[in-house]
Design a protein around this ligand. Structure first.
Ligand code: GDG
Length: 472
């Protein structure tokens, strides 16, 4: 019987080290939920890094044993690999390049060498699990070389690859010293998926210009095989967010916050700390709103949740300082004894508290400079049972391709963003309900389970097509 092996940099689990022991908790990420229905059945497994440095062989054995019960197989990284592969090549070379921040990208031979070595390590771990008939689904930018490495060892395997971040224009890809190797690595797959057709087009153009391989209808002919390329916009577990928002716990938190905020109207933003998310620009736009429309002072507050992330990488530490300073300055300038313009949280919240913030907010600000998809936008939509609320969405988030009933803005245009906030605050209820209703229909239907099913079906189809071509 054929099995499915999911491979991603991080396993869908959170392991924390306390003084006496390690604690294991399932992670709530969208990918974990979406693929949960696959990897925990029929002997399927998920291969990935458990997210922490494991000290010795005994501890490795213990972690391996614990994860085995939940169909997970760990790939352990050394401290040098965490530094050079993860913080280095993945987060200081690929992440900035793919998000159009080339000024932050570094090009270090040592980081590249570690990237190759860790992809090989993942390859060995997958091969130890996978038989020749198995389906392997590789995820994201940390593992771009893996499809080809697997293909070399298992020429007949069914291999899918999905990129969760944008695929940028050829002009950015061509800057990378290892651009051809990276593209060839991806082409080891039978099916390559992106969130949008735009990313897919950029990929096809890069493959054409850098490898000289042309494509027709999203099919690339490589020696001996066809590679299929397509767009699969990722969704969320819709019902999960509806339920969380309807829970008593979320309602209780909401009531407490409303009382504390004295019924001030709420604009909300939630992101990981990242320069791609446009957090500083958003703060400047909120300041413009308070300058241009003084009537909103003491009437509106911005609740801004920033989840700590990658603080070992230099740009993230300086972005944190910039945000701290901006929040401090704006609050000091505009606050009154009874009103705080910005409520800024640098930490993460449990799901029910997050849901209570989605309930509380009249306006959600999702304004990244670049974002593969952005799931927060979809979660806000799912949480609005009464359909009241307005989403302000950056034209450069993948989600903007689907959510055209949001107020779509250019995040670098602080004036336009401030106007959109004003428009959202004065939008008639009827219009809010109409816009939110049509976005809910879409997000409910194209949920994460539909996404998984579609990708797997397309992967099976691409393999079938290859067999037919080979026997013709
Ligand atoms: C990458 C791509 C693409 C956030 N704060 C808390 C919390 N979260 C959860 C959100 C959401 C998730 O984290 C963030 O997902 P995003 O999609 O917004 O962004 P990335 O983490 O950058 O993800 C992105 C995604 O991959 C999927 O392909 O959409 O473009 O960059 O689910 O709810 N969850 C909890 N507490 C928090 O404080 N519990």
């Amino acid at each position: 019987m054929s099995r499915t092996i999911i491979v991603s940099n991080r396993l869908p689990t959170k392991i924390q080290r306390t003084e006496e022991s390690l604690t294991f908790q399932p992670s709530e990420g969208g990918l974990a939920t979406g693929l949960g229905s696959i990897y925990q059945q029929d002997g399927n497994v998920w291969v990935g890094w458990p997210g922490l440095f494991v000290e010795d062989a005994a501890e490795e054995e213990y972690v391996r044993g614990q994860l085995r019960h939940d169909s997970m197989v760990p790939v352990f990284l050394t401290e040098a690999e965490i530094r050079d592969f993860y913080e280095g090549f993945s987060n200081s070379t690929l992440w900035p390049t793919f998000h159009y921040f080339t000024q932050y990208a570094t090009y270090e031979q040592e980081h590249w060498d570690a990237y190759v070595a860790v992809n090989e390590k993942f390859c060995r771990a997958v091969l130890a699990q996978a038989g020749p008939e198995d389906t392997i689904w590789v995820h994201d930018y940390q593992l771009l070389l893996l499809p080809e490495m697997l293909r070399r060892e298992r020429p007949d395997a069914t291999i899918g690859f999905f990129l969760h971040i944008p695929f940028p224009s050829y002009e950015l890809i061509r800057v990378l010293p290892w651009r051809a190797e990276l593209l060839r690595g991806m082409l080891g797959a039978d099916l390559i998926g992106f969130h949008t057709f735009g990313y897919m087009r950029h990929f096809l153009s890069a493959v054409q210009q850098l490898l000289g391989l042309s494509s027709q209808n999203g099919q690339i002919e490589v020696p001996d095989r066809m590679v299929l390329v397509d767009a699969f916009p990722m969704g969320i577990d819709y019902k999960h967010y509806v339920r969380a928002a309807a829970s008593n716990e979320a309602k209780m938190h909401e009531a407490t916050y409303r009382e504390a905020l004295r019924d001030v109207r709420v604009i909300l933003s939630i992101d990981r700390l990242d320069y791609s998310k446009g957090i500083a620009q958003r703060l400047r736009a909120f300041e413009v709103l308070l300058q241009r429309y003084p009537e909103w002072r003491e009437q509106v507050s911005l609740i801004m949740v920033v989840v700590p992330s990658r603080d070992q990488v230099a740009q993230y530490a300086s972005l944190k300082e910039e945000i701290d300073e901006l929040v401090g300055r704006i609050n000091a300038q505009y606050r009154t004894i009874t009103w705080n313009p910005i409520h800024y949280f640098y930490r993460s919240f449990p799901l029910e508290e997050l849901a209570s913030l989605y309930r509380l907010a009249e306006v959600a600000l999702v304004t990244p400079m670049r974002d593969g998809m952005n799931l927060v936008a979809k979660e806000f939509i799912a949480s609005k049972a009464d359909k009241k609320g307005v989403l302000i969405l950056s034209e450069r988030a993948g989600a903007a391709r689907e959510l055209s009933d949001a107020l779509i803005i250019n995040p670098t245009d602080t004036g336009q963003l401030a106007e959109a906030m004003h428009d959202a605050l004065v939008m008639p209820e009827e219009e809010q309900v109409q816009r939110m209703g049509s976005m809910q229909t879409l997000v409910r239907q194209y949920n994460v389970f539909a996404w998984t099913k579609l990708f797997m079906a397309r992967l099976e189809y691409s393999k079938m097509k290859q067999h037919t071509m080979a026997t013709e």
